[in-house]
Design a protein around this ligand. Structure first.
Ligand SMILES: [Mg+2]
Length: 273
């Protein structure tokens, strides 16, 4: 565990988790589907740059919007297409094509979980289940918020058998974009619990959730291990990006549970400086 800020969590009551790349590995490699597809769309525009330039452009804006609902990335793609002299289209067309390609990429994982061939723990960030169980035992309120469409998040949370830890508090992307954004979910948590943002801890591997948790004064912990091969080392890019987003601490995964629990609670709920 790497500590970035000097802040010490106090009286943490609620814990917010991102899903893909934070708990679930079912969609691991989604960037390898989205980036080439978006670059392909940009290359077909009248004033396209080189393949390398368009690939870089797609990579940059996708990275910066990681954690937001997928449609935002498609809206930005639409803007980039128009900038290059292409026609504006309904961004959901891009989203549908991307979803189709991603499903081809991950269907075998969903099937192998469904049929019981794969142990769900093997398709999760190492240590995630034990960590979730530990938080439940401590009577924390757990929330799951994802930029992936709500029905898929529900399906995949049940394939991984983790839905039970969140007691109905699972929020995926809906057509009404404001409805389940991570910022909105955070507001809902604080309102329901009638607590200040400093009692919230958030775990995520994307810019957006780290920023949203920091915006309300919460403690943000970035997950920055190699997603394709968890526990083998840090993903230097994620480390840098999550640090820039304002993470208070970084972990590779959840295997060093004692360090994370110690950091969050220091052995008690009411720890103060
Ligand atoms: Mg994520």
């Amino acid at each position: 565990m790497i500590f970035i800020s000097n802040r010490k969590p106090k009286y943490i009551q609620s814990v917010l988790f991102d899903f893909d790349g934070t708990i679930s590995l079912i969609r691991q490699g989604w960037q390898d589907v989205m980036i080439p597809y978006f670059a392909e769309v940009l290359l077909k525009t009248p004033h396209a740059g080189t393949a390398q330039e368009e690939y870089r452009c797609a990579t940059e804006f996708i990275e910066l919007t990681t954690g937001k609902q997928t449609i935002y990335q498609c809206m930005q793609l639409n803007d980039e297409v128009v900038k290059r002299g292409g026609d504006a289209v309904d961004p959901s067309l891009y989203k549908n094509e991307y979803s189709k390609r991603l499903m081809l990429h991950i269907e075998h994982r969903r099937q192998s979980l469904l049929s019981g061939v794969t142990d769900p723990d093997h398709m999760m960030i190492p240590g995630a289940r034990r960590f979730l169980e530990t938080l439940v035992e401590r009577n924390l309120n757990l929330y799951l918020a994802s930029g992936t469409d709500h029905e898929y998040v529900m399906e995949e949370a049940s394939l991984l058998d983790v839905a039970k830890y969140f007691k109905g508090n699972i929020f995926g992307a809906k057509d009404d974009l404001l409805l389940n954004s991570k910022a909105m979910v955070i507001q809902k948590i604080l309102k329901e619990q009638q607590l200040s943002g400093t009692t919230l801890a958030g775990f995520g591997d994307g810019y957006v959730e780290i920023e949203n948790v920091k915006d309300v004064g919460g403690i943000a912990i970035g997950i920055a291990g190699h997603e394709a091969n968890p526990s083998t080392g840090w993903d230097e890019w994620k480390k840098r990006r999550l640090t820039q987003a304002g993470a208070d601490a970084l972990v590779m995964d959840f295997t060093d549970i004692d360090a994370i629990i110690d950091y969050l609670f220091k052995g008690g709920f009411y720890e103060t400086d």
